[in-house]
Design a protein around this ligand. Structure first.
Ligand SMILES: NC(=O)c1ccc[n+]([C@@H]2O[C@H](COP(=O)([O-])OP(=O)(O)OC[C@H]3O[C@@H](n4cnc5c(N)ncnc54)[C@H](OP(=O)(O)O)[C@@H]3O)[C@@H](O)[C@H]2O)c1
Length: 401
């Protein structure tokens, strides 16, 4: 039986992870849950899986949570970043699902890696902000990263037999890397794939929150609409698989059936297909290298009928261009891209910034940044805080609307 901690348990990925666990109660025991503020969902989860410890965002929420539970059902309640880090590093835990949203997931994911855990990683912002440091820490601490993002899971699955067998280092070895020509990430293109630029200027938060294929948390749904999600994923793929971004391509694939592809040097291309359902990559990450049966509708290609592909338009969706630029610049720049985007998306959702203002804020914040080589987690957290202040300043000044 695998013992799990789920960081971000109340979110979309967290809830999907718990639904996979509920389908296989003999395979998993949930030891820890870390949430933010959603006590209603957290209380239900505590009653369902009876974890040993949980963490919530503030001390006030911890008190409220205690009042919602009888003494017999109340786990240890921890608080804040430290609490989430303790849930992640718990010696009783074998595998940590890292599924908080944003750079707030960095410290607890880091704690899990320092404790040598296997981490099923959904929180892509961690790898974007601190990729090389995270990969070095994984190697130093005998930890393992298994991608949950559907695109990276698809590549991971397509590479099986080409990457080093042991999961501790899923990235390609020098030898097998030579066999890969390109990685192709697919993107649905979001709800505005075909919209002209003039219409994009008028997009409302409610429109951006309606993803055509996937049901996800608010931030990643907006990131999908701007294509910043794909920008983050290009950087994530580069870090995970150890390939430069010049070997990573993006194709729009509106049906979201092919989740990504690997092109080998002989011209052969391997892809992974399935309905857009995050339970599949989550289950694979929880049980790798085994596969468990999942209650899901079998893929019916007759019903899908056609699979189409388009080259993304970087003029209408500049976020993707910014992702390549940040990755190419390297050092602290991807952390700046990520932080500025988080602030800009929050401002957009709050109707303080237009949809097209999101990549503008990111680009201007990047332009103000003096790149430094990546050195430490503390430095990444400092750069993250600086970029947040800078992006906030640009938005409050009102020069970018
Ligand atoms: N959703 C998907 O299908 C999908 C696919 C691929 C990758 N991902 C990645 O997975 C991560 C999670 O995405 P999601 O869609 O599941 O997001 P989500 O639904 O918004 O959930 C976010 C989770 O993070 C928690 N959280 C937020 N701020 C926190 C804080 N300050 N302290 C503690 N917990 C905090 C939330 O807690 P409360 O709700 O309790 O406040 C919630 O549990 C993101 O990095 C995303 O890019 C998601």
């Amino acid at each position: 039986m695998k013992r799990l901690s789920i960081l971000g348990s109340t979110g979309s990925i967290g809830r999907n992870a718990l639904s996979v666990v509920a389908e296989h109660p003999k395979e998993f025991k949930v030891v820890g849950l870390a949430a933010g503020k959603n006590l209603k969902v957290l209380v239900e989860q505590i009653k369902a899986v009876r974890p040993v410890r949980v963490s919530v965002q503030t001390a006030a929420l911890a008190r409220e949570l205690k009042n919602c539970l009888s003494p017999g059902e109340c786990p240890d309640i921890l608080v804040g970043e430290e609490g989430a880090a303790a849930v992640a590093a718990d010696p009783e835990v074998d595998l940590v699902v890292s599924a908080m949203v944003g750079a707030v997931g960095l410290t607890p994911t880091w704690a899990a890696i320092q404790a040598g855990k296997t981490v099923a990683l959904a929180n892509k912002e961690t790898l974007v902000a601190a990729g090389p440091l995270v990969m070095a820490a994984v190697a130093q601490n005998g930890a393992a990263l298994i991608p949950v993002d559907s695109e990276h899971s698809a590549i991971f699955q397509a590479l099986a037999g080409h990457s080093r067998e042991e999961v501790r280092r899923l990235w390609l070895t020098g030898h097998s890397r030579e066999e890969v020509r390109r990685l192709w990430l697919t993107a649905s293109g979001g709800p505005f794939r075909t919209w002209p630029k003039e219409e994009l200027a008028k997009v409302t938060p409610a429109q951006a929150l309606k993803h055509p294929n996937w049901s996800m948390g608010a931030k990643i749904t907006v990131d999908s609409a701007t294509m910043m999600n794909k920008a983050l994923e290009v950087i994530e793929a580069s870090v995970l698989f150890g390939l430069p971004v010049s070997q990573i391509e993006v194709y729009l694939h509106p049906q979201s059936i092919i989740h990504s592809l690997v092109e080998f040097v002989d011209g052969s291309v391997l892809a992974q297909l399935g309905w857009p359902d995050m339970r599949l990559p989550i289950a694979y990450a929880l049980t790798y290298p085994r596969r468990l049966p999942l209650r899901s509708e079998p893929l019916d290609l007759g019903k899908v009928a056609s699979l189409t592909f388009e080259v993304p338009d970087l003029e209408r969706f500049p976020a993707l261009r910014l992702g390549y630029a940040a990755a190419t610049a390297g050092g602290t720049m991807p952390a700046v891209l990520n932080a500025a985007n988080e602030v800009a998306v929050a401002a957009f959702l709050d109707s303080r910034l237009s949809f097209l203002g999101i990549p503008r804020v990111v680009e201007e914040t990047m332009a103000c940044h003096q790149i430094e080589p990546l050195e430490s987690l503390a430095q990444v957290l400092e750069v993250n805080a600086w970029a947040r202040r800078q992006a906030q300043h640009l938005i409050s000044k009102g020069t970018i609307t």
